[in-house]
Design a protein around this ligand. Structure first.
Ligand SMILES: [Mg+2]
Length: 186
């Protein structure tokens, strides 16, 4: 059962894909999304790497060129996020405290205060990216974690709650759960 202090509605992503390379960005543009808040750790890079791979750089450059405003948003500390963001040439929010609103508000300020309907969050965690993004009223695309092995203890704890939330979603709305293939979420 989902712990009662969590709202079920905020655990419902709009889409689930294996990686950031599988996301349908054209579709996002078509439905009016032009701002992307992208998580860093295990969404764009594993915890044991510090800079983006060439394919990731290519993707981010392509997104910028196709008109997306891209902002990196991470709960991690400044040196790590800055190193990664500088290598990508992207603005960033570090210490975002997702799922709390403060970091998302900082990202909104960097994006020029877009309407929430224009924003999509890409991230690998239900507890931080999905829950936080949905309570802000954004569209959320959840992806698999790149590498779970090197996650820290608090992320492992979040994963246990994520399992409970996913099991609850499976029970309460099996059509939605199966429709997004959330049974395959890693
Ligand atoms: Mg992450």
């Amino acid at each position: 059962m989902t712990p009662i202090f969590f709202k079920r509605a905020y655990f419902r992503p709009d889409d689930y894909q294996k990686t950031v390379f599988d996301v349908d960005y054209d579709h996002l543009r078509k439905i009016g999304v032009d701002v992307l808040f992208i998580d860093v750790d295990n969404t764009l890079v594993s915890y044991d790497e510090t800079i983006p791979g060439s394919r990731t750089l290519e993707l981010l450059d392509g997104l910028k060129k196709s008109g997306f405003r891209v902002i990196l948003i991470s709960n991690n500390h400044e040196p790590r996020v800055r190193t990664f963001a500088d290598a990508c040439g992207l603005p960033f929010v570090h210490g975002a405290k997702k799922p709390f609103r403060c970091g998302f508000r900082r990202a909104e300020a960097l994006a020029g205060g877009p309407d929430p309907s224009r924003v999509a969050v890409l991230g690998d965690q239900f507890m931080t990216d999905v829950y936080g993004g949905k309570r802000m009223g954004y569209r959320v695309v959840v992806v698999d974690a790149i590498k779970r092995k090197t996650e820290k203890w608090y992320t492992k704890l979040n994963r246990r709650i994520e399992r409970l939330a996913l099991a609850d979603l499976h029970r309460s709305d099996p059509d939605f759960y199966d429709g997004l293939h959330l049974g395959e979420k890693r």
